[in-house]
Structures are given as structure tokens and as C-alpha cells.
Design a protein around this ligand. Sequence first.
Ligand code: AMP
Ligand code: ZN
Length: 673
Amino acid sequence: MSTPDQRINELREELNRHNHAYYVENSPVISDYDYDMMMKELEKLEKEHPELDDPLSPSHRVGSDITKGFIQVAHERPMLSLGNTYSIEEVDEWVERCNDSLGNSGGLRSVPIVGEMKFDGTSISLMYENGRLVRAVTRGDGVKGDDVTENIKTIRSIPLTLQGNDYPKSFEIRGEIVLPWKAFDRLNEERAFNEEPLFANPRNAAAGTLKMQNSAEVSRRGLDAYFYYLLSDELPCDNHYDNMMLARKWGFKVSHLMTLLHSINEVDAFIKRLDVERKELPVATDGLVFKVNNLRQQLNLGYTAKSPRWAIAYKFAAERALTRLRFVSFEVGRMGVITPVANLEPVLLSGTIVKRASLHNEDIVKNLDIHDHDMLYVEKGGEIIPKITGVDIAAREEGAQRIKFITHCPDCGTSLIRIPGEASWLCPNKYGCRPQIIGRLEHYVGRHAMDIEGVGEENAALLYEAGLVKDIADFYTLRNSELEKLERVGPRTAQRITDGVEASKSVPFERVVYSLSIPFVGETVARKLARGVGNIDALMTMSHDELTAIDDIGPKIADAIIEYFAVPGNRQIIERLREAGVQMSMPQTDMSGYTDILAGKTIVISGVFEKYSREEYKAMIEKNGGKNAGSISKKTTFVLAGENMGPSKLEKARSLGVPIIYENQFLEMLREE
Ligand code: AMP
Ligand code: ZN
């Protein structure tokens, strides 16, 4: 056993390290729960041994999110932290304590308490003068924060000017900037495509996004904001709840789950109800916050050094399990990035069996300090992806070796390289390394790329192994007869594959650019490039300066494009795709006519048409954001049918309940908007 002195130092060091990972790097390596437990242990020891206290101990700080590159502004009123607990009993005790301190001995009835969601994002303070937003500042270290007004202005749910006329002339409103689940998933999908490190959770993504220097990018990412506290010398009401209801009228997003509670029973029932309902919310929450409603009572209860006594956070513990590491595998991605993966003894967690969890990169493996056969904590918060949050060191086998990162590609044996300043190792053997080749094929047929129905991601590997497809241009040489010879491929599947390949020829140029697997060219960049350059020949010959002149194309992307087209094999692939009939330029038609009326819709064209040709209809679908597919499936949104639609297609559509839309209805649909 260590002495209290040693333990206190250990805890302070650990907590400082985690504070840095959390606030500065936006990539925590331990769970909130473990962090909170460590903090509680430290607070308890410091209380028991006042002689060991230190004003610089992490227990006395609010943690800091100050970032260089932003101007710092002092808060008019400090932004404090909240006392927190994971236990309902402690919430009940807090309610009792508030009642006692306020001299309320009214039996079952408590002083009014407001229950609200604890949104899991990053806190913000907004200042309004005469109904106009004048400044937005992050919490920072609680005393001063970063001025992020420009970025905040891009968040559409934040009112820049207020509605009504009953707001105070000058006030501050505090809330939480969040990245909704949908936007978070989209962002990580994009980062996965670029093999950039993923954000661990929406909170880190929100915090990271708010601190970006490019507010156009901030705008694109889709942040949102919820507000939960109003401060002013001239508040309209004498209680928190009514003030928030007014703030909602002025235009602020205030959660409808905010509820007035009048007894411990109501508080407990609120906790039970919200622990279920929060799973349906569009944004991440990590608990609930309870606040004494009456402002005079808040004042009477006052503050500790770190947090108000009139509020408490109840945190939901993420479900976690302990299981043994079988081994760490190293997987090679499409761009050559090596990802370490923990292969685990299967364990049940939040209703699913977990066998694998990504360890992301070498730094994370190092930080966790994983050894062979360690017992690992696996956690699933709101996130769907399981995460390793710690090691049970006591259970470590004697003589177990620390996990070493590999030095050579597990597949092709090439020596790995690490790009300076990045966390990941790469296999540089782009064109000879099997998982990279298959990865590119899978990407090409994927739903967001050429969407070749029938091939699907699993079949891409099969076609490669069979020697039928070695690069993306080979898809266009596939014949039914040769496909049918494959195991597991019958005539129907073969037909679906060749139909899908055929349909991919009308996929617009911008998605073709995305499908090529040029490093850093994700969906958005591909769209910008395609619209900026117009056709493949221009793209292939553009100089670095010409490329970076395009909106949002930086030097890193420009380098990647030039490097890609400098490879003779890649240029040959482009020529073969062009010969096959793949779109290599933006359509000649007026590009301003683009809409997204058909966005997200997959449409199958069948039959002979009167008003326009099949090709014209295909172009119309693409132009309005829809996708053409070769054959009818559950994913088909509707069939655009002309005369003489084939009877088998008609039957298929009926049996799957896919609607059939005729020419005139379709044209009507496009006109409507
Ligand atoms: P903590 O960071 O764990 O000390 O928790 C305090 C933080 O919770 C505050 O700084 C806010 O950013 C955040 N928070 C989220 N929802 C609420 C809410 N409804 N009321 C107060 N704070 C909230
Ligand atoms: Zn390799």
C-alpha cells in the first residue's frame, strides 16, 4: 500500500495527464467514470489530510479548454463546474440538504427543483445587448475563455437577433454546443474514409469543431446548441424555470424535457424516466442536472470554490465489462493505414456480444499500456462502437509482455512508415498490398461511391480472389458467363452484378471522383473538385496552384491529387473507365438547375418512354440528387415506369411493395418544388 502522500501525488499526476488528453487533445483515454472516481478519491484524501493540500491540485481547477489562436475574454461571472454523482441516493441527499439549509421542513414537499438533461457537448456563454448577439466565449478555465463568436454565428439554431421585446437590455445566456448523433456519424464516416483519427464521441467532436479556424468548415459540420441558464442584473422572473421558458420565446433552443419537480419521489421518477427516454434523443447526454428553481434560494445556498451548491449533476454510468485480451491484430486499410484491434474473449455488453474493439493507433496502445492477455475494460456509452477504456493491472499475468506495435506490414511485409505529425503508421506499398487493393475495390462499389448493387462490399474481395477484378476498371469487363462459374453466384446474382455495373455508368462525375480513392478526397472534396474543374482531363493536368485556388482545396489535398495522377497505372485505369463509358465530366446542361428533390432516393427505370429518352430520365434523376439502380430491391424507392415494363419487374415491385411512378407523375414531382 502506498502512503496517502504517495497516493495523492499519483492521483494528481494521473488527473493532470487526463485533463490534458481531454481538454487539449480532445481525445480522452479513460472513461468519465474512472476520471470522476479518481477525482473523488483525491478530494477525499485531501480532505482527510489538509496538510497535503495544494492550491494547484487538479481538484481545485475547472479544467481548461483555452486554445492558442483565439482571443481570450474574461467572463463577467465565472463559469463553474457542477458537483456530480452516479448515485440516486446522493441526489436524494442533496435535495434533503437543500431543504434543510433553506429551513424547509415541509415534509413530503420539497423546495421546487428543476430537472433537466445534461447535454454532452462543450459549454458556451453568449452575451446579448439590445436583443443582438455580441459575443460568444467558451468556458476556458472558468475565469476566462476563448472568443469563438465567428464560429458560433454559423450555428443556425442560435438566434443572432431576438424575438419579442421582453428580454433584458443586457444579459448572458449559457448553454451547451453539441454535435447531433447524425452529424457526428457523418463526420466520422468521412474521417474513416480519409483514414483520419475518429472522434471518440460527440462531445470531443463538438469541442474540436468549435475551435476550428475555418468557420465555413464549422458551418458544414452541423453543430447545434441547447440553453440552460440565464444571467442578468435585470432578470424578468424570480425563478430559473420561468426565465428559461421566456428564453425559448426569444428564440433559444430550450429542451422540452426541462421539468419542475416538487418532491424526492418526483426527482427519482424523473431519473428513471429520462434514463430510458434519453436513448431516443438526437443528441448525446451524459446525465441529468437538478437545480433549485427559486433564484433567491439559489443565492442563499451559494457556491463552493468549484461549483454551485444549488445544483447537482446525476451522471449515467456507461455500461462496461471486463474481459480478457486474446491478441492484438493489425489491420491494413484502403489508404494503407495500420489499425491495431483488440480481439477479446466474447463478452455481453448493452445487449450485444463484443469480440473486437479498435485501439485506433499506436499512441492509444501506449497510453493504455496493454500487455499480453490483459484483462480489459470495454465500454459502450451512447456510442455504438465498443471502446477499451482501461486495464485491470492487478489481473496481469506474471511476465506478460507489453504489446509492441509492428514494424512491417502484416500482409505484404513492407517496412511501415509514420508520417510526421500524424498518429498512424502506413504501409507504403499502395499498389501491391492486397488489403489496400481490395479496400479500393470495396470503396468503388460502395453505396456512397458508384453504388454497384449486386457486388456489395463482401463480393469485391471474392471477385479479386477469383482473379476477375484486379482494379476498378475490371468491373466493366465482367460477363455473366464467367460470374456464374463462381461459387455462391447463380444466374440471378450474376445478372444483378452486370446490371449494377451498367447502371454505374450514369453515376455523375463528382461521385466518380470520390470513387477513385484519392487520399483525402472525401465526398465533399470530390464534389468541390468536380464542379471546380469540370472534367477529368483538367483534373489530371492541373498544377498545385491551380488546385489550391479551388474553394476548400488545401496543399495536402493538392499534393495527393498530383501524386495520384502521376502514377502511370492510375492514368491507365482512368482511360479504361472512360472507354467503358463512365462519366468523366460534368454534364453540359446548366449546372444551376441542380436540386436535391430526389436526394436519398434510389430509382429503377423500366420500359419505354414518350416524353424523354431513358438516358435523359437517368440524367434527370442524377441531376436532382437521386440514384439510378439496375434492379429492383428492398432499397428501391420507386420504379419510374414507361410503356411495356417487363412483367417480372412488375411482379418484383409488387411483391416488395415498391411504388410504380409513371412518366407524367415523375415530371410533376420535379416541377412541384
Ligand atoms: P462537468 O463538466 O462534469 O463539471 O459538468 C458541468 C458542465 O455540464 C457545465 O459546464 C455544462 O457545460 C454542462 N451542462 C450540460 N447540460 C447542462 C445543464 N442542463 N445545466 C448545467 N450545465 C449543463
Ligand atoms: Zn502492405
